[in-house]
Design a protein around this ligand. Structure first.
Ligand code: AMP
Length: 394
């Protein structure tokens, strides 16, 4: 893996693919700067060495040129977060863009217009990729969030830099964190998978069965197992078409020596709402009219014991409907237990969509070893896939 330290940026112009796909409000103000902050280390490294940065990013999913999704809206915020002035170029490729880029003095930053104003970006067009490559002398990819896409700026562009390309520090951290779980995890290794549906997690579960010692299954996925094992799910979310698969999975896990842990009790509501009446039930005996929406207290205690015994912990997906505060206890308890295990020396990685949101919402952000910044890219890594953006740098 070629990292920032292996290239000399002095007097070089680095084309840096960042992920500035940030949320904007009605007034086009950035409402969450996490992704900009995440790219700061890489940009600072290049500037400190006497290089300059040409920043490439997409924003949203524009169909052609859409002024609402212009990166011009974020220039001031980027400058503020990076603590350096940032110039904006209203085109992305072509003579004017190349001319702007070529004027960059060492230590300065130019942000190009939204890559996705060109359809050639997502189609991975070679000519467009070559045009992008002309904006600088070195290429750095620091956009983990799009590393699973074979787009022009994330993958194809790398062809035009031969040896002069490397991982940015965010991409490096993400890859090392995944590696620490999937390849070099200290045993016992535990994966906690939650979320709504078994069907959306099949490839991850299959891939994790070859890597982990324990697998906790939580969230809405549980009730497909309950039904498969002959229990009553009441009104709980359930995918009957996947019951056979659930049984197959339990058998596969047994063959591979992986222990699967399902909740033993659940907190159910008599309506899908935060204010529903609540009742704890055995996971196999959820009555009609009741919908299981969280792990119950006995399950939380059992999971706590297990989590504290493990040295490597991966968490993807909430343990219940954490968006309802009255059904968030199971998710909070899992977060508390992982935080305690981490404090005691375990390596914990949280990744993929809603678990990251939950971790931030409940204040566990600084209590985990690593929180991934990339939803889809993280999930594909856990599925054991090689991400095209990463393969292109090797
Ligand atoms: P995923 O994107 O697959 O990780 O799923 C996350 C979603 O699963 C969250 O919005 C949760 O509210 C939802 N979820 C978790 N547990 C349950 C449950 N028992 N019933 C319904 N939805 C659930």
């Amino acid at each position: 893996m070629r990292t920032l330290n292996q290239l000399n940026f002095n007097n070089q112009r680095a084309v840096v693919r960042v992920d500035f796909n940030v949320p904007l409000n009605d007034k086009f103000e950035v409402t969450d700067t996490t992704r900009i902050q995440a790219a700061k280390a890489t940009i600072d490294h290049i500037l400190d060495q006497g290089g300059s940065c040409v920043l490439l990013s997409h924003l949203g999913r524009p169909k052609g040129k859409d002024p609402k999704l212009s990166l011009s809206h974020i220039v001031d915020t980027v400058a503020e977060v990076l603590g350096s002035p940032v110039k904006f170029c209203s085109t992305t490729v072509g003579e004017a863009a190349e001319s702007e880029a070529s004027k960059l003095a060492p230590g300065t930053i130019l942000l190009m217009e939204n890559l996705r104003f060109h359809d050639e970006e997502t189609s991975g067009d070679v000519v467009f990729s070559e045009q992008l490559s002309r904006l600088g002398t070195l290429y750095v990819n620091d956009a983990f969030g799009t590393a699973h896409r074979a787009h022009a700026s994330t993958t194809i562009i790398a062809r035009f830099f031969e040896e002069n390309k490397c991982f940015g520090s965010l991409l490096e951290k993400e890859v090392l964190a995944i590696d620490k779980v999937m390849e070099k995890g200290e045993k016992p290794i535990l994966a906690i998978l939650g979320g709504a549906k078994v069907s959306s997690k099949i490839t991850i579960i299959e891939s994790l069965l070859d890597k982990v010692d324990h697998l906790i299954i939580g969230g809405g996925m549980v009730y497909t197992f309950t039904k498969a094992l002959g229990g009553n799910v009441g009104n709980s979310i359930c995918e009957p078409d996947y019951c056979d698969y659930a049984i197959e999975l339990l058998e596969k896990a047994k063959d591979k020596g992986v222990q699967i842990h399902l909740p033993v009790d659940v907190l159910a509501g008599d309506d899908f709402s935060n204010d529903a009446n609540q009742q704890v039930y055995d996971v196999m005996e959820i009555p009609e009219g009741w919908e299981a929406m969280d792990a119950g207290p006995k399950s939380q205690a059992i999971f706590h014991e297990l989590i504290l015994k493990c040295k490597t912990i991966l968490w993807n997906g909430p343990m219940g409907v954490f968006e309802f505060s009255n059904f968030a206890k199971g998710t909070i308890a899992a977060g508390d237990s992982i935080a305690e295990a981490t404090k005691a020396g375990a390596f914990s990685l949280v990744g993929g969509g809603d678990s990251v949101a939950a971790v931030k919402q409940f204040g566990f952000e600084h209590k985990m070893s690593y929180i991934s910044t990339g939803g889809g890219a993280m999930l594909e890594s856990l599925e054991g896939k090689t991400l095209p953006g990463i393969a292109a740098l090797k």
